[in-house]
Design a protein around this ligand. Structure first.
Ligand code: IMP
Ligand code: MG
Length: 175
C-alpha cells in the first residue's frame, strides 16, 4: 500500500476526537431543549458530521446538500450551485450547517443565503477547519474546531482529487 505523500500531520486522531467532544458539548449547551437539524455539505463534511452528531446530546436530525463550485472566466472562485438538494424542508427548524473547511467564504455565503431563504427557525454554522487568513467574503462561523495555516490539507474528509478523505488525521500534503 502506498503511504500518502504527507509533509506533516497538523492534528492527530486523538486531538481531533478531543476537540470535537469540546465543540459538541458547547452545541449541546446552546441548544438545550431543542431539536437540531444538522446539514452536512457533501462530501467533505461527512466524517466530521458523524463524529460531531454522536457527541451532541440533544435530539438530532441529519440531511445533506451537494454543491459544485466553479471558477469564473478570470479564474476567480465564487460560483457555487446546489448539485444535490436537501431531502426535507427546513422551515421552522433549528439548522446547524456543518462544513469541512471555510476558506475564501464564497461557498458558505452562498449556502447561508440559500438556506436563510427557506425560513428556518435559526441558522448557524459549525466548521471543522477555518482558514481565516484566506477569507475574501465575511461570513459567520459560530463553531470551529481548528484554525489552520495557509497550506493545502487533506484527511478527515478533506480530499485532493477525491483521495485521502479517509485518513483519520489532518495533514499538509507535500507540494
Ligand atoms: P471556499 O468557498 O473558498 O470557502 O471553499 C471551501 C471549499 O474548498 C471547501 O468546502 C473544500 O471543498 C475546498 N477546500 C479549501 N481548502 C481546502 C484544503 O486545504 N483541502 C481540501 N479542500 C479544500
Ligand atoms: Mg466542502
Amino acid at each position: 500500500m502506498n503511504a500518502p505523500p504527507v509533509e506533516r500531520i497538523l492534528f492527530t486522531e486523538e486531538e481531533i476526537a478531543a476537540r470535537i467532544r469540546e465543540v459538541a458539548a458547547k452545541i449541546t449547551e446552546d441548544y438545550q431543549g431543542r431539536t437540531l437539524k444538522l446539514i452536512g455539505v457533501l462530501k467533505g463534511s461527512i466524517f466530521f458530521l458523524t463524529e460531531l452528531a454522536r457527541r451532541i446530546e440533544v435530539p438530532v436530525k441529519i440531511d445533506f446538500l451537494g454543491i459544485s463550485s466553479f471558477s469564473n472566466k478570470n479564474g476567480a472562485p465564487g460560483v457555487v450551485r446546489i448539485a444535490k438538494d436537501l431531502d426535507e424542508s427546513i422551515e421552522g427548524e433549528d439548522v446547524l450547517l456543518v462544513e469541512d473547511i471555510v476558506d475564501t467564504g464564497f461557498t458558505l455565503r452562498y449556502l447561508l443565503q440559500t438556506l436563510a431563504g427557506r425560513s428556518p427557525n435559526s441558522l448557524a454554522v459549525c466548521t471543522f477547519l477555518d482558514r481565516n487568513s484566506r477569507r475574501i467574503v465575511q461570513v459567520r462561523v459560530d463553531y470551529r474546531c481548528f484554525e489552520i495555516p495557509d497550506r493545502f490539507v487533506v484527511g478527515f474528509g478533506l480530499d485532493h482529487n477525491q483521495l485521502y478523505r479517509n485518513l483519520g488525521y489532518v495533514a499538509v500534503l507535500k507540494p
